[in-house]
Write a protein that binds this ligand. Structure first.
Ligand code: LLP
Length: 430
């Protein structure tokens, strides 16, 4: 569910016409809906309420300070994966005791920074990292806290792209589940690192419940075995990955369905639970507005050239990701979409490639897409772009990054100004 709707033949974000934002802020622009963001956070929090979990928003999905602050104010902790993300989480006002830090390649400086900040826990990915964190904490005269990330060897299902599957043996993440007991044995008497939890994250996005059930069942069994051997496991962090609707309204399960299956597996256990959702909270809370610059024909193909490129939204070319794209003001009222559905056939439509201005053939937002007729100057909305959209944008082709706007009811605020040409060269020295 989200608050991007067509009213009077025109796309609105909450009560603000999308065209007003484009006119005032320019394009391309990321537009987020505050109500959608908070709705999804609360949905996760309510669904898992019986477990009283710690919900750590995965900041990598959309790390704008304003977005982070809204979620922190609503009660969220943060899942970070670099020194930069930790810096942002702290800057946004997150209580360090609600910050967890994952990632296979934490540097010594990043580890020091996190210990210094007093984060809740490291999610630790290897034996070498255990030894390194223990050493660094020792040098600092502090005790670090960690959870061991296990790789449960679970197939997340065919709908998860190979590049975003994490919980299979051939992936670089975590410690093989069979090795986990040995690791706990080997490192039970570390002086400066207490490994008190277990972490897993099986991939992103996950459309099915079964992989979660399998992974958590395996984790529960492992915790039982560890407990019998005298290890005290205080929490299980089940990662993120809940999918959202990209292609049609029923594509992804609401989180309540996941919770129905998962809460009974964890209720009454003597350990606490943490979650790390990113996409579910912010995915459908953001769109990109882009303007049609030109149209052209190439062989049999029709191209609609827009002012947002792969530097603004890399998901289509990197993961073959589908994003629903539609005119903000369809010229023909019959083309006001009843639902955002990949099978929607526009009245008086055409099949086009929607491409950006970047000098690469891979620079497209959609290929072979049925779209109502568009002309130069028309505005298009690229939906479900809130997660891993702006966060993965770049300055490639020396394009200043887009502005970010947050809508709240009938008001909107620029929460990141559009970059300038001066911003592009600011860090460089001649
Ligand atoms: N926890 C860990 C350890 C993760 O690695 C991730 C995502 C999450 C939580 C959050 O997953 P989410 O709830 O957002 O699905 N760029 C890709 C997605 C990469 C996900 C990386 N890790 C995309 O655009 O689809």
């Amino acid at each position: 569910m989200d608050f991007f709707n067509y009213k009077n033949n025109e796309l609105h974000c909450e009560s603000v016409p999308a065209s007003r934002i484009a006119a005032e802020v320019g394009t391309p622009v990321y537009v987020y809906s505050k109500a959608t963001l908070l709705h999804h956070y609360r949905q996760v929090a309510n669904a898992f309420k019986p477990l009283n979990p710690t919900i750590c928003y995965s900041i990598k999905s959309c790390s704008n300070l304003h977005v982070c602050k809204l979620l922190i104010d609503a009660g969220c902790g943060m899942d970070v994966t670099s020194g930069g993300e930790l810096f942002r989480a702290l800057k946004a006002g997150c209580d360090p005791k609600k910050i967890i830090y994952a990632g296979v390649g934490k540097t010594d400086d990043e580890i020091r920074m996190a210990i210094d900040a007093g984060i809740a826990a490291f999610n630790i990915e290897s034996e070498a990292e255990i030894e390194n964190i223990d050493r660094i904490a020792g040098e600092m005269g502090k005790t670090a806290i960690g959870a061991l990330r296990i790789n449960p060897d679970v197939d997340p299902g065919h709908k998860t792209h190979a590049k975003t599957t994490t919980g299979k043996k051939e992936n670089k993440f975590g410690v093989d589940i069979e090795r986990a007991e040995r690791v706990f044995e080997q490192y039970k008497t570390l002086k400066n690192l207490r490994i008190g939890g277990l972490h897993l994250h099986i991939g992103s996005p996950i459309y099915d419940i079964a992989p979660y059930v399998e992974a958590i069942t395996k984790a529960n069994a492992l915790i039982d075995r560890l407990t019998k051997k005298g290890h005290k496991i205080e929490w299980l962090d089940m990662g993120g990955g809940f999918a959202v609707n990209y292609k049609h309204p029923m594509q992804a399960l609401p989180v309540t369905e996941h919770a129905k299956a998962l809460v009974p597996l964890l209720q009454g256990k003597p350990y606490k639970v943490a979650l790390e959702p990113g996409r579910y909270i912010v995915g459908n809370a953001g769109i990109v507005l882009t303007r049609v610059l030109y149209r052209k024909q190439g062989g049999e193909k029709k191209f609609v050239i827009v002012d947002a490129g792969m530097n603004d939204l890399i998901r289509p070319t990197l993961y073959d990701a589908y994003h629903f794209i539609w005119p903000v003001k369809p010229a023909d009222a019959k083309n006001v979409p009843a639902a955002r559905d990949e099978d929607l056939v526009p009245a008086d439509g055409e099949t086009v490639d929607i491409v950006g201005p970047i000098c690469e053939s891979g620079d497209y937002l959609a290929k072979g897409r049925a779209l109502p007729q568009t002309k130069r100057g028309d505005l298009l909305a690229v939906f479900t772009a809130g997660a891993y959209g702006f966060a993965m944008s770049s300055n490639y082709n020396n394009r200043p990054r887009a502005a970010e706007v947050l809508v709240d009811g009938d008001k909107f605020t620029v929460i990141r100004r559009r970059e300038t040409y001066e911003d592009l060269v600011a860090p460089e020295l001649i």
